[in-house]
Unconditional design. Structure first.
Length: 457
């Protein structure tokens, strides 16, 4: 590995952020492709795909935890110019991701029926959900590796290679998805099953490309396998960051599973509401992808600054990214606001589903400044290794406010999913205020790898 670029100038920040911003949109197109395709098969397939996707995200929390720890450890190691330590963390992250992906995929496959039964999925969509879920479990180890390798690129500020890979993967995924779903391009016609198999094929393709590039560039070498002595010192910090991040992701994803259950069991139009939520989440994800780019840049830049023992610069960079992200995304939400109905028509042919998509976008576009701010601040905490703050704030707002309020409004008072969407807006506002309080207090700068190693001595 060459000497890392550690600049925090506006030009350096932009150079790190814009490829990730473009990549987020490229990946968002990939997530929208199956939702659009499922919409051609009906609301039951779209709702079943949404439940299978959400369950898969639930199993991905372990990978997200490991990669959160890797982001903090690798970026801080590079900030301190500890290149060997960074290489050790890279190989450790990839190895753990592969093993855990295999374990979770096997468990998810064998217990698929029990999991979906536990979630009380509506009987009309359970067969579709279970079939898609089982196919997704085949690709889970490759999903873990694709995610982990992408994080390694980002933590080392090498953001162009994953952008190129993501572009190829998105085109490949779309061709396979449309081809196998509708029998195009000489491919067999598998119906909605083609959506799931296209996702698996894309994960295999993307992870293979990323690993080949990392090997070519010298990151995957036998010399970079950490010795046992090093693991005893270095692995605890990775786990110290990863465990709260994993629990936070688990709390968040399990919260979304409960949210899906709440929507799927509302007294009125439950299937249309669930299909609307599925499409609405994908549309929202596409619109707010730039926020994730700022989140990722914040984690890397803050990690570099704190690794170099410069907390003042870490705060300055964080505030700069926060202001820019909120301004840019708020303007984008304003531009999209008048076109909610037209967007809903592009993702569903069912009038009831279209109505719930419009309702979902109404409340979530209003929450833009708050959701973007909390997303960026979450990235700051990851870079600092202070992921326990994300656990406390995000978990508390979801389970302590969003779900109880969603049940009250959606099931008791209004009787439909619109009340649940309003609860999402209210919880986002309070969540952001809590994250701002944590950031301004400043204790998040004291949870770095440097401090961990000093305590070890």
């Amino acid at each position: 590995m060459d000497k890392p670029d550690l600049s925090t100038s506006p030009r350096a920040i932009w150079r790190l952020t814009w490829p990730q911003l473009v990549m987020m949109y490229v990946m968002a197109i990939m997530t929208l492709t199956p939702v659009w395709t499922a919409g051609r098969f009906g609301a039951d397939v779209q709702a079943g795909l949404g439940m299978a996707n959400q369950c898969t995200l639930f199993l991905s929390v372990i990978c997200l935890a490991i990669t959160s720890g890797a982001t903090a450890a690798v970026s801080q190691s590079l900030g301190a110019l500890k290149i060997t330590r960074a290489n050790y963390y890279i190989t450790t992250t990839l190895g753990l991701s592969l093993v855990l992906g295999l374990v979770m995929g096997v468990l998810g496959w064998f217990f698929s029926g029990h999991i979906l039964e536990l979630l009380q999925i509506h009987e009309d969509i359970r067969p579709v959900s279970e079939t898609i879920w089982r196919i997704f479990m085949v690709g889970l180890p490759f999903q873990y590796m694709y995610t982990a390798s992408g994080v390694i690129f980002r933590a080392t500020r090498r953001v162009i290679p994953p952008l190129v890979v993501a572009s190829f993967v998105t085109v490949f995924h779309a061709l396979v998805c449309f081809g196998t779903s509708f029998g195009l391009f000489g491919l067999p016609q598998w119906g909605y099953l083609g959506i799931a198999w296209a996702t698996v094929a894309a994960q295999v393709f993307g992870s293979s490309l990323n690993l080949c590039i990392l090997y070519r560039d010298g990151y995957l070498r036998r010399a970079h396998i950490p010795p046992l002595v090093w693991l005893k010192k270095g692995l605890p910090y990775l786990l110290r960051v990863a465990i709260p991040a994993g629990i936070a992701s688990l709390v968040w994803q399990s919260g979304y599973l409960v949210l899906f259950i709440l929507v799927a069991s509302v007294p009125n139009e439950c299937v249309a509401a669930l299909a609307g939520l599925t499409a609405g989440l994908r549309i929202e994800g596409f619109i707010f992808m730039p926020a994730m780019a700022f989140n990722m840049s914040a984690s890397v830049l803050v990690g570099n600054c704190l690794g170099a023992d410069n907390p003042g610069e870490a705060r300055r960079v964080a505030l700069s990214l926060l202001r820019t992200a909120v301004l840019v995304m708020s303007l984008m939400a304003l531009l999209i606001w008048p076109w909610r109905a037209e967007i809903s028509q592009a993702f569903s042919t069912d009038p009831a589903t279209q109505g719930y998509i419009v309702s979902y976008l109404f409340y979530n576009l209003l929450s833009t400044p708050f959701s973007v701010a909390s997303t960026v601040l979450g990235g700051v905490m990851v870079g600092a290794g202070a992921t326990h703050y994300n656990l406390m704030v995000f978990g508390g707002s979801f389970w302590g406010l969003r779900l109880p309020l969603g049940y009250l409004l959606g099931h008791v008072l209004w009787g439909n999913a619109t009340g649940i969407f309003l609860a999402m807006l209210i919880s986002q506002v309070l969540q952001t205020l809590a994250m701002l309080a944590v950031f301004l207090k400043g204790g998040w700068t004291r949870h770095t790898l440097r401090a961990h190693l000093q305590r070890k001595r």
